[in-house]
Design a protein around this ligand. Structure first.
Ligand SMILES: Cc1cc2nc3c(=O)[nH]c(=O)nc-3n(C[C@H](O)[C@H](O)[C@H](O)COP(=O)(O)O)c2cc1C
Length: 185
C-alpha cells in the first residue's frame, strides 16, 4: 500500500518525526510517499491509499501549508484511512488544562478543514534554542517556564516519546485493509 505522509514543520522536529514514521511504514512493507507540506503537489493523495499528516503548533496554530492541504484534500482524506500527528510542547507535560487546550487546537483545525481523521496523536516536540532568533528565544523561555521545562540553558531538548509515536503508527497500520500485493508479511 502507498501511504502519503505530509508534514508541516518550522524548526524541524516534525520533519524528524515524519521521517521516523516513514521508516516504520516501510518496515511494515508499505511504500511511504513523504513530503513537506510546503512542497507537495496538490495531486499527491491521488495515488495513495492511506494518509498520515503531521504538523506542529506555534502560537496555537499549525503551519498554514499543512492546513491548506488538509482543507483542499479533505474529501480524498475522508475516503481513505487517515490520521493526524499534532506536535507541541503542551504534549510533553501532564497538565490536564494544557492537554485539553492542545486537543481543542487540533479538533478546531480538523473541524475547519472538514477532514475527519480517524485518530489524533499528541506528540511532544522539542525546544531548539540553538535555532531560535531573539524573539523566538524570548517567547520560548516564557512557554518553557510554564511547562517547567529547563529554559535556563540555551541548548536543545527533545521531548518526543518515540515509542508512543511508533505504537500509534503501528496501530494505524494494523487496521489497514489487507490483500494489497505491495504489503509484505
Ligand atoms: C515561537 C514558538 C511558538 C510556540 N507555540 C506553542 C504553542 O502555542 N503551544 C505549544 O504547545 N507549543 C508551542 N511551541 C512548541 C513547538 O510546538 C515545539 O517546539 C515543536 O517541537 C515545534 O515543531 P517543529 O520543529 O516541527 O516546528 C512553540 C514553539 C515556538 C518556537
Amino acid at each position: 500500500m502507498r501511504i502519503l505522509i505530509v508534514y508541516g514543520t518550522t524548526e524541524g522536529q516534525t520533519r524528524k518525526i515524519a521521517e521516523f514514521v516513514a521508516d516504520i511504514v516501510r518496515e511494515h512493507g508499505h511504500e511511504a510517499a513523504l513530503f513537506d507540506a510546503s512542497a507537495v503537489a496538490e495531486t499527491a493523495p491521488a495515488r495513495c491509499q492511506a494518509a498520515i499528516l503531521a504538523g506542529s503548533v506555534h502560537m496555537g496554530r499549525y503551519q498554514s501549508a499543512l492546513v491548506h492541504h488538509a482543507r483542499a484534500w479533505h474529501e480524498q482524506l475522508n475516503a481513505m484511512p487517515s490520521v493526524f500527528i499534532s506536535v507541541s510542547l503542551s504534549a510533553a507535560g501532564n497538565d490536564p488544562h494544557e492537554r485539553s487546550e492542545i486537543d481543542e487546537i487540533a479538533q478546531t483545525m480538523l473541524r475547519d478543514t472538514g477532514w475527519h481523521a480517524d485518530a489524533t496523536l499528541h506528540a511532544a516536540g522539542a525546544l531548539k534554542f540553538t535555532q531560535y532568533d531573539f524573539f523566538k528565544r524570548w517567547i520560548m523561555r516564557a512557554i518553557a517556564k510554564q511547562h517547567q521545562a529547563d529554559a535556563s540553558k540555551d541548548s536543545d531538548t527533545e521531548y518526543t516519546d518515540w515509542s508512543a509515536v511508533k505504537a500509534f503508527v503501528e496501530s494505524f497500520l494494523a487496521k489497514l485493509p489487507t490483500g494489497d500485493s505491495t504489503k509484505a508479511g
